[in-house]
Design a protein. Structure first.
Length: 216
């Protein structure tokens, strides 16, 4: 999910890049870890970015750090709003998506066999409360932070996992669902989320309807 964030952003920016997928199996997850990941990221996680172009070698990790680097090297098209407060709000939304919305979804991943476990009920309630707040904050805006931004990319990817883990948006979130349709129509999003959907299908996993359409 975090690697897909960076990949979508690179496509949106029109940056040329080589994508290296690390080993991943549903049973063993990310083991064995890719040697470049172990070398670059002390947290041993993807994504990592290597830029060995002009200016010397750069090796960084963390999807949000990668967003910031993309914005610096290729400001156009802008993926943060220009106005300082709007930009800070967008950054906060991106952070909340990763650090407030997503952790309960990660907890649900380990509770798929026990959906009535109080921890699972609590995690789904947290996701629902996040949708409620975001729906309200969305107002009539087309994108989460006004203009299309990294916040949209982060939350789109995160909510794919929310839906798959049993915490989908509901009829109480029509603006968010319309936003998701707008996101799904973007070529960069279709390309990355569609490929993820096809991988999940190849592993015998069922997809949410919106992702099924992208994966077809
Ligand atoms: N804050 C990091 C989170 C990265 C992360 O959690 N990556 C996951 C894959 S989506 C990972 O590498 N998990 C393997 C592990 O933690 O061992 C980011 O934004 O890049």
């Amino acid at each position: 999910m975090f690697g897909a964030k960076a990949e979508i952003a690179a496509h949106e920016k029109g940056l040329a890049f080589e994508l290296v997928m690390v080993p991943f199996e549903m049973k063993t997850l990310y083991q064995p870890k890719h040697p470049e990941v172990l070398r670059i990221n002390p947290k041993r996680q993807v994504p990592v970015l290597i830029d060995d172009g002009p200016g010397g070698d750069l090796e960084i990790f963390d999807s949000t750090q990668i967003f910031e680097y993309f914005e610096t090297i290729k400001p156009d098209p802008a993926l943060w709003p220009a106005e300082p407060k709007a930009r800070a709000r967008a950054r906060l939304l991106e952070h909340k998506s990763d650090e407030v919305y997503f952790p309960p979804i990660v907890r649900l991943m380990g509770l798929q066999g026990t959906p009535d476990d109080p921890a699972a009920i609590e995690a789904r309630a947290a996701a629902l409360a996040f949708y409620d707040r975001t729906e309200k904050a969305m107002g009539d805006k087309e994108w989460l932070a006004g203009s299309y931004s990294y916040a949209d990319i982060a939350f789109y990817m995160a909510q794919i996992f929310g839906d798959r883990m049993g915490a989908p948006m509901t009829d109480a979130h029509p603006r968010l669902q319309a936003w998701r349709d707008r996101m799904s129509a973007r070529p960069a999003v279709r390309q990355v989320a569609g490929a993820m959907g096809r991988y999940l299908v190849s592993q015998g996993r069922k997809l949410p309807a919106f992702l099924e359409r992208l994966a077809a």
